[in-house]
Write a protein that binds this ligand. Structure first.
Ligand code: SAH
Ligand code: AVI
Length: 330
């Protein structure tokens, strides 16, 4: 038997990553209100905590999406007939296996590209997929799905996937340009499968981001540890409380860190020396919830059209199958 086929490449060197992180953190923390980019949750500890969140009883998103994907994978593969699967923000790379297995059943499976900001999770997921799908050529790209898509190369026989409702972590204004950039890496006949968390009962939404075991709170505070590790900051995670609530007007969960006392935070690499008042908050994430109509409205002008909207029986979560406009059916 031949050895497992996988390789991992990195979009940017460490110095460049630290410099751009320092600039983003400086801009966010000097803004009113203060905020931090949510991609900085995901060092190894943060990615492990996210995996733990997905197993919490309140966090319906992952199991609902997985169940839905298991049900529709063969149909999606039959519609698109892809030979290459591309996952943006692949994390542990579990859900993608459902599509890879469907492609293998259809005799189509050739290659797979994973892109994620976390190098270790990316390498582990790439190795595991290459091991478990013999003959599959796996390419891992450590990068940012907002800035590094050009590394992916042109489309053709490609099904791209963006699970978990990670699209909800983008501001709605960022969604159309992001989708247009993805469309630039798809050829006619290719498709993009996007996981979308749906607007629903507020209590259910808020419970998902305030699990009783406190895992989401720990995930939220982890961004402070990442500032300490990467930018030499002196944040005390214990001095911040977890806040997560649903903002109906914007149809989004907002996560914040609330300063529990008057404190000073120094972040040398970002040239910051901040005084935080007791009760002052830093926004760490938005998680936008959509309806079919509000999501479809984000597609205008992107070059992608909605081919099919799949949802679970409770209408908790949707998988939107998008395709380059010229290749849309009917
Ligand atoms: N696809 C997996 C993981 C979702 S969690 C699942 O469905 O369970 C979100 C993933 O996106 C994490 O692995 C995180 O590291 C990655 N991520 C977040 N922001 C990113 C960015 N800007 N660029 C690349 N990856 C990012
Ligand atoms: C990755 N993303 C879709 C998750 C979400 O639900 O917005 C991240 C997360 N934040 C808190 N819990 C999970």
């Amino acid at each position: 038997m031949s050895g497992a086929l996988y390789r991992v490449e990195t979009a940017r060197g460490n110095d460049e990553q630290v410099a751009s992180m320092a600039a983003e953190v400086r801009r966010g923390l000097l803004a009113t209100p203060r905020w931090l980019p949510s991609k900085y949750f995901y060092d190894d500890r943060g990615s492990r905590l996210f995996e733990e969140i997905t197993a919490q009883p309140e966090y319906y998103l992952t199991r609902t999406e997985e169940g839905l994907l298991a049900r529709i994978a063969d149909e999606v593969v039959a519609r698109v007939r892809p030979r290459e699967l591309l996952e943006l923000g692949s994390g542990a790379g579990r859900k993608i296996r459902l599509l890879l297995a469907a492609m293998a059943r259809a005799g189509l499976l050739r290659g797979c590209i994973l892109l994620d900001i976390n190098a270790r999770f990316l390498a582990d997921a790439s190795r595991a997929l290459a091991r478990d799908f013999p003959g599959l050529a796996v390419r891992g790209v450590v990068g940012d799905f907002l800035g590094d898509l050009d590394l992916l190369g042109p489309g053709g026989d490609r099904l791209a996937a963006f699970f978990a409702s990670t699209i909800g972590n983008l501001h709605p204004d960022e969604v159309p340009p992001f989708l247009a950039r993805v469309a630039g890496h798809l050829a006619p006949g290719d498709a993009f499968l996007v996981g979308v968390d749906l607007v629903k009962d507020v209590a259910r939404l808020e419970a998902a981001y305030n699990d009783r075991a406190g895992v989401t709170a720990e995930f939220n505070r982890n961004i402070l540890r990442v500032l300490n590790d990467r930018l030499g900051a002196d944040c005390d995670p214990g001095a911040f409380g977890h806040v997560a609530f649903y903002d109906r007007a914007h149809a989004r969960i907002e996560m914040r860190l609330r300063s529990l006392r008057l404190q000073r935070v120094r972040i040398p690499a970002a040239r910051l020396d901040l005084k935080l008042e007791a009760g002052e908050e830093i926004r760490t994430e938005i998680s936008c919830k959509y309806t079919r109509a509000s999501f479809a409205a984000r597609l205008t002008g992107t070059g992608l059209g909605l081919v099919h909207w799949y949802t679970d029986p409770e209408h908790l979560f949707a998988l939107a199958l998008l395709a380059p406009e010229s290749a849309r059916d009917g």
